[in-house]
Structures are given as structure tokens and as C-alpha cells.
Design a protein around this ligand. Sequence first.
Ligand code: ADP
Ligand code: MG
Length: 314
Amino acid sequence: MSKKKRIVIALGGNALGNTLPEQMKAVKITAKAIVDLIEEGCEVVVAHGNGPQVGMVNNAMIALTHEDADQPNTPLSVCVAMSQAYIGYDLQNALREEMLNRGIENIPVATMITQVRVDETDPAFSAPSKPIGKFVSAKQAKTMEEKFNYIMKEDSGRGYRRVVASPKPVEIIEIDTIRAMVESGDLVIACGGGGIPVIRQGNHLKGASAVIDKDFASCLLAKELDADFLIILTAVEQVALNFGKPDEKWLSDVSLDEAEKYIKEGHFAPGSMLPKVQAAVDFAGSKKGRTALITLLEKSRDAIQGKTGTMFHL
Ligand code: ADP
Ligand code: MG
């Protein structure tokens, strides 16, 4: 029998929803798509985003400081850890149930709380750009800057939001454990929300006030696990040139040279499609035989069979 194809799946926002009840529902659909791949004989590792969830946890923890004056503010790294556990809990239960419903009883599911090291000198730290949490007034923004040392920025006329740095992932701290679990046949959920960003200080890992892009973290995870596929699941079935314009053109198959050209021409929106295409190019270019795919959750099975999605390869 040929070796099982190893797939790292990066789940986007629509795979998880925005609220607790939405997530409960969404993970059921997500689990079906993932177990479809397992039934096809693939070995799957799951990574995911956490935008709405980490915003929610962060807001809840700020509310706690208003309720109880003894409570200091919660660092963003801790909020990411909480979001990993909350999302992992829902996902691992949904995956377990879906597998049992289909008679798959030999694949244990577990979430790995994952720390991802970032470089303290990453230029992203001096130019925080990623908005997180809710919109507040100018007055509230000023208070938050003074009270919590936050950097607050006006966001396209809608009010002020906190912005944080989005440094590149350098090292997955728990990679050996993740690899061991994957090798022993477990279905692992790891690098949630791009991982808990940490900076190395000797033996100490210090949480960083940052959010790592989950597309880049998933790419690093896929490379570290020597995966065959990186599948980035998002809200569009394919990547487009001239997206949203009359001459929009959907892409099925992209060589890395073409992808680089399209990136330079500005076809992919920064903060949404651009990091996905960059991650896809990085993974597909890192070793022969590695393929990256960007598609819709519901289309993942069709996409690995080459029927849809946008495929990136050497
Ligand atoms: P996720 O939560 O999956 O990371 P994002 O909203 O960050 O999702 O990114 C996916 C979105 O990127 C798509 O829903 C689409 O609106 C947008 N997008 C921007 N540029 C493109 C493009 N060139 N082709 C397709 N989608 C694009
Ligand atoms: Mg995104």
C-alpha cells in the first residue's frame, strides 16, 4: 500500500463562525469535510484561525478589569491560549463524533496548545498593523492607551480599534510532540490562531503582544511535518485575478513564477488573500512533491482530486 498522503488543513473564519452557538454549528460541518479526507485515506493535521474568538476573549477579559479592580489586564498571548483551548475543545469533539458516526474508532483526536516563536527584531513589531477586538470611541481609545499601553488606531471611519504586530512564525515550540502524535496516527489540532506568540529569553518563553497569521503558521507546520499538501480553506472556492472586478478570472492551477507575478501586480488583498497565496507559494516551493491548495471547506475533497480550488506547485 502506498504511503498515506499527509495533509495540513488551515481552517479560516467561516469554518468556525463568530459566536459560541455559531461555532457549535460550524464545527459539525467542518468535521464532515475533514473526516471525508480521512475516509479518502489521508492523514490530516488541523490548524485554524481565531480572529473573532480571540477578539471575544480579549473583550471578556477587559470587561473583567471593570468588574473587579483587583484583576490586571490579560496579555494577548494568554487570550490566544484561551482561544486555542476553546476552539480545540469544540473541534475535537465534533471530529470525534463524526468519526464515530462513520465507524472510525481507531483515531484519537487531541488539541495541542501550541506556542510559536517569533523574532523580537521582526520589523512587524515596530509597525503594528493588525486590528483586533471591538470598535471604541476616541475617548475610550485614549483611556485604553493610557491604562493598558495599547496602540489604538482609527479604522476607516468606524471608530478606534487596537492594533497589534503580526510577526512571522519562526519555530513551533511543541513540534516534536505534534510530530510524535501525528506519527502514531492521532488526529491533531495545532497552531490555533497562528500559535501563541512567544519570544525566547534564555530558557524562558515570554508571551508577545502579537497575532501570528494562521496562514503562515500553517505553512511552517506543514513544512515541519513534511506534509504532501497544505490546504487553506476559506470563503472562496478559488483565487481570482482582478477579484471583484468585471474582468475577474478564477485560477485553477498556478505555477510559482505566475504566482509571484500576480502578487507583484497586486491581485491579492493584504491581510486576507495575500498571506494565503504567500503561504501557498512558500510551501509549494519548499520541496518537490509539495502542493498547496486554496479552496472552500465543502470543496476540499474535490480539490485534492484536482476538480476545483486553486493549486500551487513547483
Ligand atoms: P480567512 O478567515 O479564511 O482567513 P479572509 O477573509 O482573511 O478569510 O480571506 C479570504 C477572503 O479574501 C475572501 O473571502 C475574499 O473576499 C478575499 N480576497 C481578496 N483578494 C482575493 C482574490 N484575489 N481572490 C479571491 N479572494 C480574494
Ligand atoms: Mg484571514
